[in-house]
Design a protein around this ligand. Sequence first.
Ligand code: CO
Length: 465
Amino acid sequence: MPKLKLTETILRDGQQSLAMTRMTTEEMVPILPTLDRVGYHSLEVFGGATFDVCLRYLNEDPWHRLRVLRANLPSSQLQMLFRGQSAFGYRHYPDDIVQSTVQRAAAGGIDIMRVYDALNDYRNLETAIATAKRERLTVSAAICYTESPVHTTEYFVNVAKEYINLGADAICIKDASGILRPYEAYQLVKALRAELPSVQLQLHTHTTAGLAAMTVLKAVEIGVEYVDTALSPFAEGSSLPATEAMTSAFANTPYAPTLDGTALEEAALYFSQIRTRYIKEGLISPDILRANPEVCVHQMPTGTYSQLFEQVCRMDATDRLPEIYEEICRVRADAGYASLVTPIAQVIGTQALRNVLDGERYKTVTPDFRALIGGSYGRLPAPAEPIFVKQILGDELPISYRPADKLLGAVEKYRNLVAPYAEQDEDFLTLAMFEDVAKHYFEERKRQKYHLDFAASKAFPVHPI
Ligand code: CO
């Protein structure tokens, strides 16, 4: 029986889920040699919200972070979370931008690309997977789990087969909201195992609703060999199951993962100190540390939910939250039961909020929601009702081709635009994905006369916590 292998997410999803992705590279560096000793299958360190937050809030260069992590984690496989055609951003980018981004990530030291499309539309992963294979990355293709009348076991198995046909090495069940129930996971993994007997199966599930530990257990019993976890100081609540708990749960069984317990303890102690400081600073909210069963109703992952919650607070409409939850379900059904992960979760959440505040459904249609119904994010899991499509698009017809087919190459354009700021080759990609946020970061970098080079990254300043 194969031993369970763990992917440590504390540097990406763990801190993203509990501390709004605010952990700095400087805070990570001192503990990297210890993490490198643990014996994880991989460490997820790049992508997801980290790219955006580095630029927007931390005044850090994400590419520089990657080089620092690579230099300090020589024995570990490094993993990134990649949004297919949306790369590290929120809209679809042209193929040449997606290709260059995957190439640069590989050159920066990434070994594994965990890739997903919010609509589970395989066409949106074609370019990313083909490039990753050329760069000799291992590809873990993630199916976004969600509940709806169309999201049957058969549906998920078909998506998995499409991803394998594109060249994926592993299939991950990605449950960003933490709503996957133990016995449903069991059935789903059983079906995937039966149809794809030699494929690595992985599970990424959040503890948000209080289900994850049981779900992991049932999934492992029937064939999942790779599980994502986070070290205990940044685990549980809206994060992932704790690495130590999952290691302990399978001890003295044939699944028992082989990890260095002393290194695990040392790393956990280090991150506990950071956690204590974050709680004092208000970065970790007590609300997301408990089980939130209401997530099963609206299915919104915590990160997106907190963005929506902020919008609701700004509009002084917290008393209308129950209505907003219900409206999210309605809008999601209208939009073919799209799964609520980035960037679709934001599109649906904002439209639902609009509907409630306007007191009338679709009186205002946001440009992003219009694009979603028009096919610009890809094929909806279930086609939207023709009457609804007409209501949103008017006389315009939804597109049926792969959205990126009509996007013009943009590498040259961004290389020219970035010229006044460029300090490293990757800067044009940062600009292509984050436009104004990138420009602001570049200006700040210039103002502080802070220059990037690889030698500097090795001598990155380390302050004791
Ligand atoms: Co996650």
